[in-house]
Design a binder for this molecule. Sequence first.
Ligand code: CAP
Ligand code: MG
Length: 447
Amino acid sequence: TQRKGRYDAGVMKYKEMGYFDLDYQPKDTDVLAVFRITPQDGVDAEEAAAAVAGESSTATWTVVWTDRLTACENYRAKAYRVDPVPGTPGQWFAYIAYDIELFEPDSIVNLSASIIGNVFGFKPLKALRLEDMRLPISYVKTFHGPATGIVVERERLDKFGRPLLGATVKPKLGLSGRNYGRVVYEALKGGLDFTKDDENINSQNFMHWRDRFLYCMEAVNRAQAMTGEVKGTYLNVSAGDMEQIYERAEFAKQLGSTIIMIDLVIGYSAIQSIAKWARRNDMILHLHRAGHSTYTRQKTHGVSFRVIAKWMRLAGVDHIHAGTVVGKLEGDPATTKGYYDICREQFNPMALQNGLFFDQDWGGMRKLMPVASGGIHAGQMHQLLHLLGEDCVLQFGGGTIGHPQGIAAGATANRVALEAMVLARNEGRDYLNEGPEILAAAAKSCA
Ligand code: CAP
Ligand code: MG
């Protein structure tokens, strides 16, 4: 039996403590969040919303004397709207407004320590999910955002009018540096723009990071000379500490790489630090969202990926994995479109069917290139182009390296399929429905 106390239904006092105000009109400068709350049985939804507002801003479980020493009225977040989730009894959307003064400028760590800090383990809730946030332009402006972004990346690569193509080197683990470099060379020579380290390749006994970087850059240089195109390989600089991350990034730069990669699991401060390094060094920064599904996947608890995408645009990465719809990893078309819009638009209008609860103004912040990866292949090119549009990277790991005729043939198949589909689109053909036909003709023409 649980001890009776303020955490029991009916005894919580967050509404009374000033964290709930249905008359509150959010200010243009407020940070807004919408949470999906599932209160424990018997817990009042409005009180639960007030508790979320309290615990994610100034409150502890009771009134404290020292509140009187602060401008507490402004510092208290306010639940200003609570709506039942349509068709899902027992769940509620709670809208909460936070004064901008609660947050340190240019710090995802500070933002997230408030918004997702304590409150997800709160006893009066069965589950809690942060669905979306509206970041006021005055706060957006404190961040640097992507240093390169979509437009400048295309200019540097001199590649326009089509999605970029990449591949993750497989097997994920175990290759030696030399064999790894061979995969990179074959894939780039065959027609891809990029190759990529996988999320868990760092510096293991079978291949130390320096070996990988050297063999990969040799492959990039040879493939560039061979094809006359700009090529790149995302060298994963993720490491156990920031000093090593910088050391690896510096070495990548010395070798002439145009791009480096990090994993989401390195943490928000590390991401912001390396983004600033990338900005100073004109390096494109690729973010692999390793780990995100542990908290983004469940629909009632965790953090929606749309929030992570917003935070990462602020933090200043240039590429972000954002889903495929048709590949091996979960993701429905509408929600995925919402993620892509967050990356690629200057203004995201509220579109509930795509999961966007607020208008979001990014000002002039550069656009972030979304990356589709995970179980996709050339046979889906019509669907990928239709669903994801032109400003993205399509990455085929198994879908290149698993080609029956070899790696270069796999890369060529992807490039030919893409160019045929883009041509069909540009000619005004119904490329989505004619997709299989177009692909078959393209394959025949290069057989
Ligand atoms: C893809 C991949 C990527 C996932 C990441 C893998 O390999 O290398 O890590 O795409 O997922 O390990 O599965 P394949 P997401 O191309 O061979 O499937 O992009 O959703 O973050
Ligand atoms: Mg992977």
